[in-house]
Design a protein around this ligand. Sequence first.
Ligand code: PAF
Length: 281
Amino acid sequence: MPELPVVRTVSELRAAIAAWRADGLTLALVPTMGALHEGHLALVRRGLERAERVCVTLFVNPTQFAPHEDFDCYPRDEAGDAAKLANAGAHLLFVPDAAEMYPAGEVTRVTVPSLGEVLEGQFRPQFFTGVATVVTKLLLQALPDVAIFGEKDYQQLRVIRRMVTDLFIPVAIDGAPTVREADGLALSSRNAYLSPAERAIAPRLQQALQAFAGQIRADAAAAKRAADVEQLLRDAGFSKVDYVRVCEAATLQPWPGPPAAGRILAAAWLGRTRLIDNIPL
Ligand code: PAF
């Protein structure tokens, strides 16, 4: 198996990248929290298409979890992740610890109001400030040409695009399509929490969004029926539905109807597992 160099400090990361830059090589960054699956490996492959070197970061960022969330039990498997990344052709793995990322504690924060306050922001109020802050740090530590994020976390992608624009961070942001199981379930590290019975219900989320998108494409007035889709998911066995919303793709405000590009976003619970998914209109 090819060897994957691992660095744990910002100075080692910058030294490795400086050596590539001295050779004139371009760099793609793939930020992750580990527990890697095929969706993450697709981000690495996309990075390899976009740049000559790919650096993956692995950091389970404490500031994007609320105290009652799954930070402590979030799946961690650095050795397994490193093996997958080596096979996928990544060139470097950056695994900082919390002291390296937050050496002076958490003081400076990056917040993206409005885009970060709706949808996920309503149910996880700390989430996007934690994400925006850590992604700003990672981008400024590595200064890649491009950073790759999955469309499964569609709102995260929009927040990061806006943040990079507003802060003049000189990095292109690339969104990669969601990778799915054969039955439509979006790959997620949290799928590991699902019991077999929950796993059988999980694909109904994407199926419901597909059916809803089809109805809206046929008749835009159907966009008003998101509450019906929420009920359908509860009937299918989801224990709680945080939201099903039809949004304007760029702003995540309520979709005004055609010709504005729309996106349906949803979050629902199966027991202790929270699933999110989305679909373009
Ligand atoms: O999508 C994720 O895995 C995380 O939110 C990210 C972007 C790596 C920031 O911690």
